[in-house]
Design a binder for this molecule. Structure first.
Ligand code: PMP
Length: 375
């Protein structure tokens, strides 16, 4: 009612660096076609749902006990998956798992960043790197990316030499732009980071299963300050599971255990992830389908007359919308047609996740109509 005082965040004694900030907020709107958060559009297959129920039922019988704190069985199976698909042998000792790769990234920043330290990313890139840096008291440095959204080695190594960051993030394939970073570029940045630091280099490979190229996992050999971060949220179609993991030198796995909360990965999560890993082959078939759909989105958008950034991910960045607020206006008009895409705040560009063929058709129909209206 009138005169009632509403308490806001800024009335609370929150940390100075959180004042006036907004939380991560992709809109969760109830519309027919949701292509905004790079989820896998395919529900888990029924035999896997059954297997999850079975494994969770078994786990439930032991829920009076804390879960396996070191998630040994799960990390062993993740290591097997990486070895089978990544072109590089890793074992239990090389792998660590947490609640989504967001938590992996948080643990890395708690371990290698923190107050008085800095991290750098090459933007536009995954905004949570900077947000998690802030949450862990790590200073954030926005490194450069070219107009074509590639990383210019000279500009990037200069930024590393000048700022001497403690943690370097390289997202490949990059979100939200979709393009991949070459192994040569990653190696040059790693060398620059060791000369300036030494510092940790984190390759965020959340989308690598959708790439035309290979994982950079083999670069781990002989590079103890390199980390590859992965997730089951995209290729495994299990965003709701919250399971991310990393591969690195065993010393890195030991180091993150200094900051992880005891029993951070619930027995239910571990059981569910293990069930999903039993169905890897089936799930990777959906990846093949999504790659074809991603390539179709790229070529059809170009045929309609949009500019499109090359994509190695399960999403596509398209534009270019000239003028202040133009991209957001187009986002709204696509939404008016029942299709939710993402406005990441990259001026002039929007991002669409690859959905089912029907969802992608709905999206393409919507943007085709918009293009016609403009002519
Ligand atoms: N890294 C990148 C580049 C991402 O785009 C995302 C999800 N949008 C994540 C990490 C985090 O994913 P999750 O926590 O679900 O593993």
């Amino acid at each position: 009612g009138a005169g009632e005082e509403v308490t806001t965040i800024d009335d609370l004694p929150v940390r100075d660096e959180l004042r006036g900030k907004s939380p991560y907020g992709a809109p969760q709107l109830d519309v027919p076609v949701r292509l905004n958060t790079n989820e896998n559009p395919y529900p888990l297959p029924e035999p896997l749902v059954e297997r999850i129920a079975e494994r969770v039922r078994e786990a439930a019988r032991d829920l009076n006990r804390y879960p396996d704190r070191d998630a040994v069985e799960l990390r062993t199976e993740l290591a097997r998956y990486l070895t089978d698909t990544g072109g590089h042998e890793v074992t239990l000792a090389n792998v660590w798992a947490a609640n989504g790769s967001n938590e992996v990234i948080q643990q890395l920043l708690q371990t290698f960043g923190g107050p008085g330290r800095t991290a750098i990313g090459f933007e536009p890139s995954y905004s949570m790197h900077g947000l998690i840096a802030r949450g862990t008291g790590t200073g954030w440095i926005s490194g450069p990316r070219g107009d074509d959204f590639t990383i210019d080695v000279e500009a990037a190594t200069k930024a590393i030499a000048e700022n001497q960051p403690d943690v370097v993030f390289i997202t490949t394939p990059n979100n939200p732009t979709g393009n991949a970073v070459s192994a040569d570029t990653v190696l040059a940045l790693y060398e620059a980071a060791q000369a300036a630091g030494p510092s940790m280099v984190v390759i965020d490979e959340a989308y690598v299963e959708f790439s035309h190229g290979d994982s950079l996992l083999p670069l781990l050999a002989g590079r103890p300050n390199l980390v590859v971060s992965r997730t089951m949220s995209k290729a495994f179609g299990a965003a709701g599971l919250r399971l991310g993991y990393l591969a690195a030198d065993p010393a890195v796995v030991d180091a993150v255990q200094l900051v992880r909360l005891p029993y951070h990965l619930s027995a239910v999560t571990q059981a569910t992830a293990l069930a999903a890993l039993e169905h890897t082959d089936t799930l990777l078939k959906y990846v093949e389908q999504l790659k074809r759909e991603r390539d179709r989105l790229v070529s059809e958008l170009r045929a309609i007359g949009y500019e499109v950034t090359d994509s190695d991910a399960n999403f596509v960045q398209f534009g270019r919308f000239e003028g202040e607020g133009a991209a957001h206006a187009v986002w709204q008009r696509i939404l008016d047609r029942g299709v939710l895409v993402r406005d990441n705040g990259v001026p002039g560009w929007l991002r669409v996740s690859a959905g089912t063929p029907e969802e992608n058709d709905a999206f393409l129909d919507a943007v085709r109509e918009l293009k016609k209206e403009q002519q």
